[in-house]
Design a binder for this molecule. Structure first.
Ligand code: KMH
Ligand code: ZN
Length: 269
């Protein structure tokens, strides 16, 4: 079974002080995304930063980043509406007005490390409905079993359309621990026809990405999820992380889908 590789080059938390190779400006992000595309990524999960590297939902920065990426390659842009813990939900949700092909939908509020990730039920419903109107495919980010149940009720209410695409997020303090048992449980609970990828944050990134691939999931790679290629080995950029995921998929006999094939597999509107 073939596989979709997503690159997540930036994320909401790390800065260049943590790893100087983290792309944060629109130009740096576009260059990193093009490299990942050439290595086999079909989807780019995008977080935006302002000039001081702070997470932002600024629409001009978003538009510029999307344009720069589109000038370089036809990768499917998946805009993060998670953005960053400091940005209000009402600002985050406006990003879908730019009509990226996909965007994340975080169904629940939760503790997130030392912070709070606020996704109020009314706002989540409003955002899901707007994404459906705009034909922006949701990437459903589930950090715990209850988050899946909320997604299933959104589906029942007609706010989501099948096939659902899930990111099973593990290793965030406040969500599921990054263990194979939790991954298997989550996968076994997904509705028939759903597609999924594992997002393993931190130390377990490589092992759980490999297990996810072996179980038939898609894969995500990039500096949002880990800044290291191995213990004590800071990643020199996003490219080696993406190349590693591509190699893992090939070693497991999972052909990599190109952009058009991935759009079809995800049934993007
Ligand atoms: N870094 C993820 C664990 C999103 O992009 O919508 C949380 C996140 C959500 O960034
Ligand atoms: Zn993200």
């Amino acid at each position: 079974m073939s596989v979709i590789i997503t690159v997540a080059p930036t994320g909401p938390i790390a800065t260049k002080a943590d790893n100087p190779n983290l792309p944060t400006s629109p130009e740096e992000i576009a260059v990193a995304v093009e490299g990942a595309y050439r290595a086999g990524a079909a989807v780019a999960h995008i977080h935006l930063r302002d000039a001081d590297q702070r997470p932002t939902a600024d629409l001009d920065i978003a538009r510029r980043t999307m344009d720069l990426i589109a000038e370089r390659c036809p990768i499917l842009i998946q805009m993060s509406t998670g953005v960053g813990l400091s940005v209000p939900f009402e600002d985050r949700e406006k990003l879908v007005e730019l009509r990226p092909r996909m965007a994340t939908l975080n169904p629940c509020s939760m503790s997130f490390g030392e912070g709070e990730f606020l996704n109020p039920p009314k706002g989540v419903r409003r955002l899901a409905a707007r994404m459906r109107e705009l034909d922006v495919k949701p990437e459903l980010e589930i950090y715990d079993t209850g988050h899946l149940e909320v997604c299933l009720s959104l589906l029942e209410e007609g706010l989501l359309a099948e096939p659902l695409q899930f990111s099973i997020v593990m290793g965030v303090r406040g969500g599921m621990a990054a263990t194979p048992e939790n991954l298997v449980t989550m996968v076994s609970r997904l509705p028939p026809g759903a597609t999924w990828q594992i997002i393993a944050v931190g130390k377990a990134n490589l092992q759980l990405t490999a297990i996810g691939l072996a179980l038939g999931g898609n894969a995500r790679a990039g500096m949002e999820d880990t800044l290291y290629l191995g213990r004590g080995r800071p990643a020199p950029g996003n490219l080696p992380l993406v190349e590693r995921a591509v190699q893992l998929a090939r070693d497991l006999d999972r052909p990599i889908l190109n952009v058009n094939e991935a759009a079809q597999a995800l049934r993007l509107p």
